[in-house]
Design a protein around this ligand. Structure first.
Ligand code: NDP
Length: 274
């Protein structure tokens, strides 16, 4: 076993703290990448309807022979499918492409503020949760005002908010809100798609521990309490990103990385993506 720690979500569902992301992996390459990840020891896979590779993920999961209850599968509802008329059919289509009877976590992919549909959409997700076809529900890319509005309009608090989060975008205000409300923080682009791997303190700390810069960044996330889902299609990196449990960053090293926060987004801004 790899010794991946678990995070317990607010409804008691247990989620691996480290998983595997497949954004921008073409469907035909996804099966091999996910098979490689499962072989290395990952059990949590993060996909989305809009990635166009739920089919490839499903093929790898179903071919792995691993018991379904050992796997943790996340997918996401795309913006065009928000609203009570479309969300349920979109979920059914995702489940069908994945070849699964249920997922473990279903997320609203973006708040898409101009559409103004996320509160009614979240009520559809709540119905799917009650039907047993997802074990937990949550959101992605929600800002503090979105989370407050969701709570006010539905009386519900998401189990997870999956947000862009890495040393150059530390999201301290959102993370504090999550902590106060029992929302698990999941970091997307945890490596900033490579943009922080040459930063001085990270390279220095990697040298001190005899590990790679990516391993330092993943370790910083784990010690910060974040769920992480690094992506790679390179088998050696897939293995390396899981090999982060044999060393620990000191308080001084954690502080040096805290100093890298500079508001750098590698992906879209939730204010303007609709
Ligand atoms: P990551 O921060 O995980 O970075 C991936 C990049 O880093 C790839 O170019 C990969 O290269 C490279 N890389 C991976 N491991 C290493 C390593 N050990 N050393 C050096 N380079 C490495 O970016 P992603 O944007 O893919 O984010 C991760 C996941 O988060 C996504 O796959 C997706 O599941 C999720 N996500 C969610 C979003 C949302 O809106 N909810 C938005 C974006 C992502 P290579 O593959 O060539 O090895």
């Amino acid at each position: 076993m790899t010794g991946i720690p678990n995070i317990t979500l607010d409804n008691g569902v247990v989620m691996p703290q480290l998983g595997f992301g497949v954004f921008q992996v073409p469907d035909e390459e996804t099966t091999a990448a996910v098979a490689s990840a499962l072989e290395a020891g990952y059990r949590s896979i993060d996909t989305a309807a809009v990635y166009g590779n739920e089919g490839g993920v499903g093929k790898a999961l179903n071919a792995s022979g691993l018991p379904r209850e050992e796997l943790f599968v996340t997918t996401k509802l795309w913006n065009d499918d928000q609203g009570k008329d479309r969300a349920l059919a979109a979920f059914d289509a995702s489940l069908d492409r994945l070849g699964l009877d249920y997922v473990d976590l279903y997320l609203i992919h973006w708040p898409a503020p101009d559409r103004d549909l996320y509160a009614e959409t979240y009520k559809v997700l709540e119905g799917i949760l009650r039907s047993g076809r997802t074990r937990a529900i949550g959101v992605s890319n929600f800002r503090v005002p979105d989370l407050r509005r969701l709570q006010a309009n539905t009386g519900l608090t998401p189990a997870v908010n999956q947000i862009e989060l890495h040393p150059a975008l530390q999201q301290n205000e959102l993370r504090a809100f999550h902590a106060e409300h029992g929302i698990a923080t999941e970091a997307w682009s945890p490596l900033a798609q490579g943009a922080v791997l040459r930063d001085e303190p990270i390279v220095r700390i990697a040298g001190a521990h005899g590990v790679s810069p990516a391993q330092v960044v993943l370790r910083w996330h784990l010690q910060s309490g974040n769920i992480v889902i690094p992506k790679s299609v390179t088998p050696e990196r897939i293995r390396q990103n899981l090999d982060v449990f044999a060393f620990e960053l000191s308080d001084a090293e954690m502080s040096a990385i805290a100093g890298l926060d500079r508001g750098l987004r590698t992906g879209p801004d939730p204010d303007s993506l609709n």
